[in-house]
Design a protein around this ligand. Structure first.
Ligand code: MF3
Ligand code: CO
Length: 282
């Protein structure tokens, strides 16, 4: 193990175009899953649908086989926060289902997560959990647009959650986002709350996966015997939202969003970078 922190790998515009191709296919996979999720479907079935679509798109799932991980997706239901393994469980109305997935095209990784409520929400608290997690992600992305240091993204997520939810939601402590590129996990860490580190300087070419994970009530959690499933243990349920984002000379490109982040960034007064895939020559 090195005593020096792993270096941040800055990407060229050509490499960001490749990451956009990867992210755009992952966006389409998430759209497909959003349309398929319903009471009575199993998480295994969702996993197979994603696996087939990734393969048909000429890509490879990056979770499958990662440190022995056995599936294409992580599907985390209700009290499971992250890294739930798909199985034959039938989803039912009101379940909170976080779907995390990623893929590789020509060596370039993408990683994104969305949380769905199956059918009608069981409570306003469940709706708030899911909405706050999603908006915390966008608060973090918006902060990246103006940040000098990666730690400002973490601070923005922490502040958004505490202002919006007070003590009613907790961060999953010890987990966070990461750099992404030719590996799924690169430097730097992108925590969802302030740490002692200001983090590295934000520069064009930096690509980050930002991924708030929130739990209702206290943030206590345990790792299950399968060595993957992270479960909240204080009775609350959990949600997770993630996008892979590129910092470019012309602003942010949200690699795993259909429009590159244009609409959500505009809501926050930010102009997204031009989408290199919108160029028919690209
Ligand atoms: N998206 C997850 C993360 O960034 C990766 C899941 S772990 C895996 O932490 F093993 F499933 F790949
Ligand atoms: Co990730």
């Amino acid at each position: 193990m090195s005593i020096l922190p792993e270096r941040v790998q800055l990407k060229t515009p050509e490499q960001i175009l490749m990451m956009r191709r990867s992210g755009k296919l992952l966006h389409r996979v998430h759209e497909m899953l959003a349309a398929e999720i319903r009471p009575g479907i199993t998480t295994d079935e969702l996993d197979t649908l994603a696996h087939d679509m990734i393969r048909d798109g000429g890509a490879t799932p990056n979770f499958l086989g990662y440190q022995g991980y056995p599936a294409t997706l992580c599907i985390s239901v209700n009290e499971v926060v992250v890294h739930g393994i798909p199985d034959d469980r039938l989803l039912v109305e009101g379940d909170i289902v976080s779907i995390d997935g990623g893929l590789i095209i020509e060596g370039w990784h993408s990683d994104a997560a969305r949380t769905h409520i199956v059918g009608s929400p069981r409570s306003v608290a469940d709706e708030d959990l899911v909405a706050t997690t999603r908006e915390a992600l966008w608060a973090g992305i918006a902060a990246l647009a103006a940040a000098d240091r990666v730690g400002q993204v973490s601070a923005a997520i922490e502040d958004f959650v505490s202002e919006r939810a007070g003590e009613s939601l907790s961060h999953l402590e010890g987990f966070g986002g990461h750099g992404i590129g030719t590996a799924m996990h690169e430097a730097p860490d992108v925590m969802n709350y302030r740490t002692r580190s200001r983090g590295p300087r934000v520069r064009p070419g930096m690509c980050l996966a930002i991924e708030p994970m929130l739990i209702q009530g206290p943030g206590n959690w345990t790792l299950e015997d399968d060595d993957w499933t992270v479960r909240a243990t204080a009775g609350g349920r959990a949600a997770h939202s993630e996008h892979s984002v590129a910092v470019t000379e012309q602003g942010l490109l949200v690699l795993t969003e259909g429009d590159g982040g244009v609409a959500e960034l505009a809501l926050r007064g930010i102009v997204a970078a031009p989408d290199p895939l919108a160029d028919p020559a690209a």
